[in-house]
Design a binder for this molecule. Structure first.
Ligand code: PLP
Length: 467
């Protein structure tokens, strides 16, 4: 049998061919030539196996997405059933199909109040690009052509396409790509650990972030601002940043005052990740639009959605009466196989009470995460539900990071793999985001592996004189 696993072992799949032909996203392409790929061949529950047969607990759900793990048979069956019935059709120009109708109604039924309409695409980036276009379309429909700026935040991650990549607030993702585009501005990320002044309480910090946001709105001119976009809990850009107390309440007061739309990016936080259905549910967020992807299909098929309020949808319909068809949409919008897998995923969430399961697992996760605070390399731990991060510090008391070139984060990530767990280094932060199906023993396994990796890193920084 030369299935993928056998093929790698027999040299029929040659890692050198990977190096020669495959461009890897978010990879140092120069280093890849000498390092070569880690080839992952198969998955089972919360675990994946590499081409040497080594097993890893996937502590990141791959890219914060494989919520039901890597071997959910029902999703495979849903895909093959749909492939055999109608492998492809579209929803352009009044066409529809059963999987699309079911998914639109199932998703809007569990969405935050008032988000009754959804437009599907393939990736989180496209969902956010769509949200930008809809914010513009909405204001054009209302006869407010000047109200076009979108406020995002430094440290936010909203994707990589030209629009979403502009919203993303990570300078390295703008540099050399000529981003951001016009009409995108960035506010401060309210990260207490990184941004608080000495002795500043979380409440005082939140108040300062809100005045800074208000000053930005005044400076730009509220009449020019269409929307504000935020992840309820920031994920991969800043490293799991939770909002300080009162932050979203204050932001929403200001947005309402100036008639600015609120877009919630729930691409990571949606579908139970935080212990409630939506990240929005923790912070009283009432979005006008919401974007979802990743766990919408447990990542088994690529699908994303942009949900909109009745008010936005009414304006879109009114525009159709004026100018004709709504001229936006991708070929694979509501792709039947992706929609069928998403439908089955949402059914499983409901039947197995995945949100309740995460809520029940959260105390163990929180306890094991918080215990790492005692470690000499850890400046802070942050978490909610089954989403967490450990902030690595050279100087805990002063909250000072290691030199960016020291590579402590990547070292921890590599050591964790040696210990059989996959975590993710984001600069000075190590993130964890395991499949939502993990049990307490697996949570322990994840944090045991991470702690061992931190211990290795402690020795390593001492040896190298980095501490
Ligand atoms: N929004 C958030 C919060 C994300 O974390 C991501 C991806 O990690 C995206 C959007 C972009 O999604 P995609 O990579 O599917 O384009």
């Amino acid at each position: 049998d030369l299935g993928p696993q056998g093929a790698v072992k027999d040299g029929a799949i040659d890692p050198a061919k990977d190096v020669a032909h495959l461009i890897h996203p978010y990879t140092n392409l120069d280093a890849h030539a000498s390092r070569g790929p880690v080839v992952i061949e198969r998955g089972e529950g919360a675990y994946v196996f590499d081409s040497n047969g080594k097993r890893y607990l996937e502590g990141m759900s791959a890219l914060w997405c494989a919520s039901l793990g890597f071997s959910e048979r029902r999703l495979v069956d849903a895909a093959t059933r749909q492939l055999a019935t109608l492998p492809y059709y579209h929803v352009f120009n009044h066409r529809s199909h059963p999987a699309a109708i079911q998914l639109a109604s199932r998703l809007t039924a569990i969405a935050p109040e008032g988000l009754n309409h959804v437009l599907f695409a393939n990736s989180g980036s496209e969902a956010n690009d769509t949200a930008i276009k809809l914010a513009w379309y909405y204001n054009n429909a209302l006869g407010r052509p000047k109200k076009k700026k979108i406020i995002s935040r430094w440290g936010a991650y909203h994707g990589v396409t030209i629009g979403a990549g502009s919203l993303t607030g990570v300078p390295a993702m703008h540099a050399d790509f000529d981003l951001p585009i016009a009409n995108v501005v960035h506010a401060e990320m309210p990260s207490w650990y990184h941004g608080a002044r000495k002795g500043e309480s979380r409440e005082a910090f939140a108040a300062r972030m809100l005045s800074s946001f208000e000053a930005l709105v005044e400076r730009e001119g509220p009449e020019t601002i269409a929307a504000f976009i935020a992840e309820p809990v920031n994920g991969s850009g800043g490293g799991v940043i939770l909002p300080p107390p009162g932050y979203f309440e204050g932001i929403q007061r200001l947005l309402r005052k100036h008639d600015i739309l609120l877009i919630a990016d729930e691409v990571i936080t949606g579908f139970g990740r935080t212990g409630r259905m939506w990240g929005c549910d923790h912070f009283g967020i009432r979005p006008d639009m919401m974007t979802v992807a990743k766990a919408l299909s447990s990542a088994y098929m690529p699908i994303s959605g942009t949900l909109v309020s009745d008010a936005i949808h009414d304006a879109m319909k009114a525009e159709s009466r004026k100018i004709g068809a709504f001229a936006h949409g991708v070929t694979y919008s509501a792709h039947p196989v992706c929609a069928a897998v998403a439908n089955e995923t949402l059914k499983i969430y409901e039947e197995r009470d995945i949100v309740g399961h995460v809520a029940r697992m959260s105390p163990r996760f929180a306890e094991r995460l918080a215990a790492l605070r005692e470690h000499p390399l850890v400046g802070e731990t942050r978490g909610i539900g089954l989403l967490g991060a450990v902030e690595i510090a050279r100087d805990k008391a002063e909250r000072k990071p290691f030199d960016a070139a020291s590579g402590v984060g990547p070292y921890i990530q590599a050591r964790a793999m040696e210990h059989g767990v996959i975590v993710r280094a984001i600069r000075d932060c190590v993130a964890v985001c395991p499949p939502l199906i993990v049990d307490e023993a697996q949570i322990d396994e994840l944090f045991d592996g991470l702690r061992s990796a931190l211990d290795d890193a402690r020795e390593w920084v001492l040896e190298k004189g980095l501490a």
